[in-house]
Design a binder for this molecule. Structure first.
Ligand code: AR6
Length: 188
């Protein structure tokens, strides 16, 4: 019985995680996550793409938020995106790993999921936070992303039915898929 129960809960949470290759601005999910900077006033990478696709009203809303600390998250409307909401989070800049980068990166994923749960959202899509301009090593980031998301999904009463981990590039996709396979086989 214990064996069966363990397998059920593992299968349940892993089934809710989907690794996809996509431009996150095109996804019709309840919320997309933006890998922003602490000003929340736009930038390059996925942040630039989200602001371009959402339109200038997004910047106007972001101006009212007063920025965001590293490891935290704030929510806005989706404006012209197909997504209803945008959850802006600020990942850590990689400085060698001894400056709380893993804790801060995990906090980004946790805070995004907490905000999504607060609104009882059913689907979110998340880019590889910190893995572009901020230089986080991809394998380490993949482990944190997947273990943190799986951990959050394991809690009771979750509204989230699907968390899309969105890859933009082969290195990230490979790292995510390898980490996913490791976690799926862990208890086999
Ligand atoms: N859809 C999905 N993923 C994307 C997209 C897209 N359209 N565009 C880029 N990525 P980055 P960071 C991937 O640099 O490292 C900004 O200037 C990208 O390939 O966007 O957290 C902010 O304003 C990479 O895997 O974010 C900050 O100043 C991942 O998204 C700074 O960059 C994150 O790369 C944040 O840096």
């Amino acid at each position: 019985m214990d064996f069966l129960a363990g397998n059920w809960s593992k299968g349940g949470k892993m089934n809710k995680i989907e690794i996809i290759q996509a431009d996150i601005t095109t996804l019709p999910v309840d919320a997309v996550v933006n890998a922003a900077n602490s000003t929340l006033l736009g930038g390059g990478g996925v942040d630039g793409a989200i602001h371009r696709a959402a339109g200038p009203e997004l910047l106007e809303e972001c101006k009212t938020l007063g920025g965001c600390a590293t490891g935290q998250a704030k929510m806005t409307g989706g404006h012209q995106l197909p997504a209803r909401y945008i959850i802006h989070t600020v990942g850590p800049v990689w400085r060698g790993g001894g400056n709380d980068e893993p804790v801060l990166l995990a906090s980004c994923y946790r805070e995004c999921m907490r905000l999504a749960e607060q609104k009882r959202l059913r689907s979110i899509a998340c880019p590889a936070i910190s893995c572009g301009v901020y230089g986080y090593p991809v394998e380490q980031a993949a482990e944190i992303a997947l273990t943190t998301v799986a951990d959050c999904l394991q809690q009771d009463g979750q509204s989230l039915e699907k968390v899309y981990l969105v890859c933009f590039g082969d290195a990230i996709c490979k790292a995510y898929n390898e980490q996913f396979a490791r976690m799926n086989s862990e208890h086999d």
